[in-house]
Unconditional design. Sequence first.
Length: 252
Amino acid sequence: MALFSSATQRVPEVSAVPKHIAVIMDGNGRWARKRFLPRIAGHKRGVDTVRELVKQCVRLDVKFLTLFAFSSENWRRPAEEVSFLMSLFIDALEREVVKLHQNNIKLVMIGDRSRFDVKLVAQIEASESLTANNTGLILTIAANYGGRWDILQAVNKMQINQPELTGHYREENLLPYLSMNYAPEPDLFIRTGGEMRISNFLLWQLAYTELYFTDTLWPDFDEDAFNLAIESYGKRERRFGRTSEQLQKPKP
Ligand code: IPE
Ligand code: IPE
Ligand code: MG
């Protein structure tokens, strides 16, 4: 697979099943509120949905699954919710990483780790190194991630490493420094919870991604709901700037 591939530089190969799915897992709080439960109950249930979705992706032979778990703006939430989410990450990693490893899944975390406490950073590093050589699904968790942060950190690294190109940078100079440099751009983006926005997720990488929005709240996003998203993707015509006619196979 071509690393550093870019849909704006070269028309990518399109397969019936997406190779890379990126998801904004939204609606945990509303799911809980509907049941008169505290918001954190929704986050807890959300972890179960993640486990099931990982299974579905393995079944469909999706190679990359990228999940938005905590945005750089989510620090604005009440302190108790933020600290619950942080301990949920630690617990979930502790509990799930061995199972991921047994299933040949490679776990990668993207985002700015500088604001995490040492225990979480240690757990992230241990989970990544345990699964580093796995060759199955690549599961990326975006935590304290922001698309603007990603682009800026990449620009800064590029500038430091190649100052001689200042004023002449091209896409291929930047791509190696973006957080998701190991993955092709997402084919399918899914957002649950009914909002139709990107919320500072993978801004650069979503340039030509097919977008799918559903009102289903994240804890309710089950196999049937996922199949609907895959079905919708299957009906899309991915033109990448070309005309529909150009996509028709030439007649023999
Ligand atoms: C998504 O669910 C989970 C995180 C952002 C961590 P929300 O917590 O945003 O749920 P709603 O949108 O309030 O229902
Ligand atoms: C986006 O959800 C971030 C994650 C799912 C981690 P939010 O619920 O925080 O998004 P906004 O604030 O409604 O845009
Ligand atoms: Mg939300």
